[in-house]
Design a protein around this ligand. Structure first.
Ligand code: ZN
Length: 324
């Protein structure tokens, strides 16, 4: 669960927010105390009361002394509120305005990661996905089925129902996503919405808190090639490709084909299968094409272990051009 890099970035962002909030409150306090010196006295008196409360544990009658100090503390706080109000300032003006009230931007509550860190990690992951893909525009909600009403398959039948089934299957798949989810082989001609829907899956699964890694096959393979031969670390490393809860390889087969890319594809598919982790492949290649480009082993893995999802019909992007 959760991309560990996104979690570290979330902690760093929270720490930054925390120090900003504290810096602002220090400035405010100094400014307010200059305008109203009594506020500075109250701060000193409050910390003396705090120290006194700690000492009452050793007093002869701890409860009584503690109650008196607690009352004194309340009285001072009320006085401070009244002074701030007289200065037209809100009563929490001197307190740091933390983004998260629960953990005060420390990121942990009772040793556990705070919900705000998880939320930040999800936002970071969604932004990173949007930086390498049009994912912002690719949701289940904005997938327009109406375009498919006029598209026919090779037998002249409308593909509307088939695409609708694919949409519903993938929506349910992403909503029910778990470590046990199956791998998917999404194939068919270009321009029928394969990438749109695989990114919609990515968006949904990231929002559920899973670590999703998405990449174009060509970019993934060239990064792995650089990693292997030049020891340059790109966005994709073999370790990351095997680590993510869900890996999406977009447009497999479109990359510049070499025996190296075939062996990388093989290592990724075998490695994730061994680790029991799902992959979503989108491709224009049917199984015959996969066999030809990547060999029998990969083709038989996909046949045996992946759920096939076929997209039929003609390129919808051409149709969209005519309609707008
Ligand atoms: Zn928090």
């Amino acid at each position: 669960m959760y991309n560990p890099e996104a979690i570290s970035k979330a902690f760093a962002a929270a720490a930054e927010d925390r120090s900003k909030a504290i810096a602002v409150s220090v400035e405010r306090r100094e400014d307010a105390e200059k305008r109203c010196p009594r506020l500075a006295d109250i701060t000193k008196e409050l910390s003396a009361v705090g120290a006194g409360i700690a000492k009452t544990f050793y007093a002869d009658e701890p409860m009584q002394s503690m109650e008196a100090l607690a009352n004194e503390s309340l009285r001072l706080q009320e006085e401070r509120k009244a002074l701030l109000k007289a200065m037209d300032l809100p009563e929490d003006y001197l307190e740091p305005a933390y983004t998260c009230k629960v953990c005060e931007d420390k990121g942990r509550v009772n040793g556990k990661i705070c919900a705000c860190i998880k939320k930040r990690a999800i936002d970071i992951s969604l932004k990173e996905l949007a930086a390498v893909s049009p994912s912002k525009h690719c949701t289940f909600e904005n997938f327009d089925l109406n375009f498919y009403k006029n598209i026919q398959d090779e037998n002249g039948k409308s593909v509307y129902d088939k695409i609708k089934n694919n949409l519903e299957y993938l929506k349910a798949y992403s909503e029910d996503f778990s470590a046990e989810s199956k791998s998917l082989y999404i194939f068919g001609k270009t321009g029928l919405g394969k990438t749109h829907l695989s990114l919609a899956v990515a968006n949904t699964v990231i929002k559920k808190g899973f670590h999703v890694l998405y990449g174009m096959a060509g970019v993934i393979f060239s990064d792995i090639e650089k990693e292997k031969f030049k020891s340059i670390e790109g966005k994709y490393t073999m370790e990351k490709l095997l680590q993510a809860d869900l890996l999406i390889i977009d447009d497999l087969g479109s990359e510049f084909h070499t025996s190296f890319s075939a062996s990388v594809a093989h290592n990724i598919i075998e490695g994730r299968l061994l680790a029991g982790k799902p992959v979503i492949i989108t491709t224009n290649l049917d199984l015959g094409g996969i066999h030809k480009q990547y060999g029998e082993r990969i083709a038989s893995r996909i046949l045996g272990e992946y759920v096939p999802i076929k997209f039929e019909g003609e390129d919808i992007r051409q149709l969209k051009k005519f309609m707008y």
